[in-house]
Design a protein around this ligand. Sequence first.
Ligand code: NAI
Ligand code: MN
Length: 346
Amino acid sequence: MTDRTTMKCVLVEAPHSMRIDERPVPRPTQGQVRVRVHFAGICGSDLHIYHGDHPYVEFPRVIGHEFAGVIDAVGSGVPQSRIGERVAVTPVISCSDCTSCRAGRPNVCLNLKVVGVHVEGGFAEYCCVPEALACALPAGVDDRSAATVEPFSIAANMLSRTGVSADDCALVYGAGPIGMTVVQALKGVHGVAPLIVADRLDDRLDRARSAGADMVINVDRTPLDETLARHGLAPTLIIDAACHPAILEQAMRIAAPAARIGLMGFGATPSAVSQQILNRKELTICASRLNNLKFPEVIEWMRRGQINPAQFISHTFAAHRVQEAFDLLETDPTACSKVLLDFTAA
Ligand code: NAI
Ligand code: MN
């Protein structure tokens, strides 16, 4: 346990106002562990919080929901033996009592709280969370990789919703960070081929190619539907990680009969759904939010070397340079994949 009394954290006080704050080191309350954070990843939603266009956040807030470190203190009711455990923290706090939780869907708990959104997050040297959120890491998973378990858990959850088999012909829209976690999981874990990735940015498509995509298509230059038709490809599994409302209509048109279509987005603009196509092909449309207890599965993918977090991580900034890291993500997103903050020397 630390004898320090204060810590550094990243505080968003109000939209467009972010600074390093000095705060008392939090004490774990009953059922909580305190994590000494080592690395934390910056997510698109952190940028939305910063810009004040995140629907659920209340200010001021210590943000950050993709993080890992080591347990350095425990509250009452938590075994002392957990102190010293290296952990990745899932940000999903559920009540275990509502209809969703009872149905085995705690990630859409009626009383859901997300770490770094509804409660103080992991862009801090120390963060207290309910014990169950801290998932043990094997020695084979290094500290930086551990901070990417959360974004990979987004892919794991979506693929558990759609189902996936090595026989699928898969199409992923969007080779941003989320699309890349899906690509790595489809290829490295499930061995899917062919795996087609569509984006508008060549740099991102190059990354997708290095992550194992068999075919990449720049939709600004090449019509996707014609290209697939020319190659005789009808996707049986489509994941939309680009999330433009117009994509669903095209996806339904190019999908094979009985295909599954997974939608990642949170946009409020409706998409057009033709019931005729939906039912003629008996398509399945899947939604996915955060992750439903997927951390152990993703940690196992990492331990076995089935996914490559090192390829996913493009930059690491010392935590006090958080503003620079945010600026880079905004001004040069194609240069970035996952950007980490280093809290080890904060
Ligand atoms: P991003 O904006 O970095 O990536 C989106 C990519 O899609 C970009 O590379 C862009 O060039 C590409 N794109 C745009 N229009 C396209 C089109 N018409 N066809 C093909 N590609 C196109 O975003 P990021 O961080 O990768 O996140 C992707 C989405 O996933 C976001 O909408 C985000 O809200 C959502 N998300 C959902 C989660 C969930 O639990 N369901 C969790 C985390 C993110
Ligand atoms: Mn995230």
